[in-house]
Design a binder for this molecule. Structure first.
Ligand code: ATP
Length: 270
């Protein structure tokens, strides 16, 4: 059978309530939600609705989560595809995959298209890359540019793309009418980490006196994904020790374990 070309999700349940911190980014994407919900309100005065925005920031900070929340808030389908998947793709499939994706999204518009790790496709042309054939990648990138130029202002499909390397992207992607907006999604500060803990502690049976201020102070440099990991790991550690609820020491042990993992990962990368 034909390999799945991209992911399609209707009835997305993710909302802004699931995204902790990131106030500035949420404000910016709120505008995109409004465009999707009431396009006429904006186009009636002659304005053009943006076609794309780039979510820029370190790994695990909530870019995918935020994009999904836009679809959830606007109640539109969420089409997604990961640039890194192209590493494993057979030659000749990339461009047709992009064409298919846009066709489906247009048919079901209003809709969000999300391209994760767009740098795998969108690296400046003519530079080295590690994602298989260079021609293949360029064909895919060119198809993406063609699609974005091709849809009119009334198509009502907005493309969000995520990267942690905006500096390596082909400048053609950032031109007006393509990804001409950049939204920064940074690592959380101590206050934001507390909010992220609160989101991920919701499903966890925790000690009544668990102090989230303390936890957020113990986790400088942690991303939202790291914090989600800590909460889950703490629950597993507590369960392994036969506890009935998750306490401070379980979280500290989980932090230790995650820090150990992060250190290893950094060693491999350098
Ligand atoms: P990558 O660049 O690695 O793809 P990303 O920025 O897209 O990462 P997500 O995949 O959105 O990050 O985050 C992974 C998980 O981490 C989320 O599903 C969520 O559980 C948690 N998370 C990250 N950021 C936040 C946040 N701001 N609020 C709540 N949860 C978060």
């Amino acid at each position: 059978s034909k390999a799945k070309l991209f992911d399609e999700k209707t009835d997305v349940k993710t909302s802004f309530k699931d995204v902790a911190g990131l106030e500035g980014a949420k404000e910016e994407v709120q505008e995109i939600v409004d465009f999707l919900k009431q396009p006429e309100k904006y186009t009636s005065l002659g304005g053009k609705i943006p076609k794309g925005a780039l979510l820029v920031g370190p790994p695990g900070t909530g870019k995918t989560l935020l994009a999904k929340a836009v679809a959830g808030e606007a109640k539109v389908p969420f089409f997604s595809l990961s640039g890194s998947d192209f590493v494993e793709m057979f030659v000749g499939v990339g461009a047709s995959r992009v064409r298919d994706l846009f066709k489906q999204a247009k048919d079901k518009s209003p809709a969000i298209i999300f391209i994760d790790e767009i740098d795998a496709i969108g690296r400046a042309r003519g530079k080295n890359n590690f994602s298989g054939s260079n021609d293949e990648r360029e064909n895919t990138l060119n198809q993406l540019l063609t699609e974005m130029d091709g849809f009119g202002t009334n198509t009502n499909v907005i493309v969000l793309a995520a990267t942690n390397r905006a500096d390596v992207l082909d400048k053609a992607l950032m031109r007006a009418g393509r990804f001409d907006r950049q939204i920064y999604v940074d690592l959380p500060d101590v206050r934001e980490r507390k909010e992220i803990f609160e989101v991920h502690l919701r499903p966890i049976k925790k000690d009544d006196n668990l102090d989230t201020d303390f936890l957020s102070k113990q986790t400088p440099g942690f991303s939202g994904a790291d914090i989600a990991n800590v909460c889950n790991e703490a629950a597993l550690i507590a369960a392994r020790n036969g506890k009935k609820s998750v306490g401070k020491q379980d979280f500290l042990d989980a932090v230790d374990r995650i820090v150990g993992g992060l250190e290893k990962k950094n060693k491999i990368m350098t």
